[in-house]
Ligand binder design. Structure first.
Ligand SMILES: C[S@@+](CC[C@H](N)C(=O)[O-])C[C@H]1O[C@@H](n2cnc3c(N)ncnc32)[C@H](O)[C@@H]1O
Length: 272
């Protein structure tokens, strides 16, 4: 098998993993799909970091800023404007910056990502001392239980080696009453929109992505990872299963993305 075939196989395997994949090596020494996914995702984002922002604007027709603004709108930070907020999978810091520059915000944003190159690529954009980048895995956050006033993940949950474990970990760090906001790609509910979207997502996007980033598999992984991601109602159920209450969601731009949010109830925890 050629190196290109191997890379492609690894990207497809990574895209398919994420539900209930144990992040450990088995007794036989064989790597679990979770381990393969974590390694692939971290390396891939480290490699595409220099062109990530440009491609985001290009491939979303510059709508991504609007999606992020809507996600910050539902975070509920106004209830605790001096609070401590987590931006998990912070990447090049767009969500963190969007929150930090909201009028009236006087708190801090911990911007956590396991790909240091992504945080560094975003570093130049941060003027606000309120944003604190931290190299950390969202599945093992270096934060105490009930230690943040709100958390958000934009286009990150889909990349988790284990989505359910990731949502439980995010829920763990929320204070009672604090909110988790998840913004991610989604399957449009209309078959007609889905058809057009599939052509764009599976044909044009990988082509442009590869031309601009020079990366062979990243923009192939993207549509595959979305295809394996739970649809909006199922993701809402996963959030409830992770211990969040009052979970709601809103589809954005014909449902190509969705923003979900839910609160950690007082004394609540993940369901067994
Ligand atoms: C598609 S980018 C999104 C970045 C940013 N949130 C945004 O809105 O542009 C996904 C990011 O999630 C990070 N990521 C994926 N899985 C992670 C994990 N388990 N822990 C920490 N970061 C993770 C990747 O390194 C990458 O920077």
């Amino acid at each position: 098998m050629s190196a290109v075939d191997t890379e492609r196989r690894e990207a497809l395997e990574a895209a398919g993993a994420g539900r209930g994949a144990a992040d450990v090596e088995g007794e036989t020494g064989a790597e679990s799909s979770g381990v393969v996914k974590r390694r692939y995702v971290r390396r891939m984002f480290s490699e595409i970091a220099p062109t990530y922002d440009l491609l985001n604007r290009l491939l979303s027709f510059n709508i991504d800023g609007r999606w992020r603004r809507r996600a910050i709108d539902v975070l509920g930070w106004e209830r605790r404007p001096r609070g401590r907020y987590l931006d998990a999978c912070a990447g090049t810091l767009d969500m963190s910056i969007e929150l930090a520059r909201r009028a009236g915000f006087a708190g801090t944003v911990i911007a956590a990502d396991f790909a240091e190159a992504m945080l560094r690529a975003g570093g130049a954009k941060v003027r606000a001392a309120a944003v604190r980048p931290v190299v950390a895995d969202a599945l093992q956050l270096p934060l105490g239980d009930a230690s943040v006033d709100g958390a958000m993940v934009a286009f990150g949950v889909r990349n988790f080696a284990d989505i359910d474990a990731g949502l439980r970990e995010l829920s763990r760090v929320l204070k009672p009453g604090a909110r988790l906001v998840v913004l991610d790609c989604s399957a449009p509910p209309s078959a007609a929109v889905r058809g057009v979207y599939q052509v764009y997502f599976r044909r044009l996007l990988p082509l442009v992505g590869r031309m601009v980033s020079g990366h062979r598999t990243a923009y192939r992984y993207l549509p595959e990872s979305v295809a394996h991601f739970p649809p909006a109602p199922a993701l809402a159920a996963c959030m409830e299963q992770a211990g969040l209450s009052d979970v709601r969601y809103e589809r954005l731009t014909f449902g190509v993305t969705a923003v979900h949010w839910g609160e950690r109830p007082a004394g609540g925890g993940a369901r067994a």
